[in-house]
Ligand binder design. Structure first.
Ligand code: HEC
Length: 174
């Protein structure tokens, strides 16, 4: 074997190993801990279930969106949600709008500021049996938050709801 050919072979093998390693890192970085949930690529196209505002230190605007399966269940009142239901909660900073207030002539307008995070719930009874059939993920700038401690709080709080609500707080806003 010529040394040039051997060098090329080594370089190719090296590149392969590196790209596999990076691929794995990127993949695990974008999945939530424990549940392995990725940010659904088309969540921004989902339909509106409702909106919410948390005051206090959260001080945000929220919109709750659902995929086709979730929206159907919300509209028909079906509980528990069937497998494949996905719900996303998007939050933005709650900021005053001087621009709008100037037109109104008084202080009254608040609008969505910078995005804070996106939280996702995925129903899969077989896979997430230990948490009532729901898997959880939180995403900032599209990447999964890697904190296991954080992700354990999701079911700890949602699990306080009666089972008849299927651990979902939001009610459909017609
Ligand atoms: C201390 C309680 C609490 C914790 C912890 C919590 N949530 Fe929630 N969650 C709520 C409440 C209350 C709502 C409804 C009102 C709102 O959105 O503010 C909600 C709404 C949601 C929704 C919209 C669907 C629904 O169930 O109403 C999603 C999705 C969601 N949470 C995901 C998560 C994820 C993911 C985590 C963990 C990273 C988490 N939540 C942690 C209380 C909690």
């Amino acid at each position: 074997m010529s040394s040039l050919f051997r060098n090329l072979l080594f370089t190719a093998a090296g590149l392969l190993v590196t790209s596999l390693a990076f691929g794995k890192m990127a993949q695990s970085g974008s999945r939530s801990p424990i549940f392995g949930i990725r940010l659904p690529p088309n969540y921004r196209e989902w339909r509106v279930i409702s909106v919410a505002h948390e005051a206090g230190s959260l001080n945000d605007f929220r919109v709750i969106l659902g995929n086709e399966v979730a929206v159907k269940a919300f509209r028909s009142g079906r509980r528990p949600f069937p497998d494949g239901a996905m719900i996303a909660r998007l939050a933005w900073k709650y900021v005053p709008s001087a621009r709008n207030d100037a037109i109104f002539g008084q202080t009254q307008s608040f609008v969505a500021g910078d995005p804070i995070n996106v939280q996702v719930e995925v129903k899969n009874l077989g896979r997430y049996a230990a948490t009532g059939g729901w898997g959880y993920g939180q995403f900032e700038n599209g990447s999964a938050n890697p904190s296991e401690t954080l992700i354990r709080t999701c079911n700890a709080c949602h699990g306080k709801l009666p089972q008849s609500d299927d651990f979902v707080f939001t009610r459909y806003a017609p």
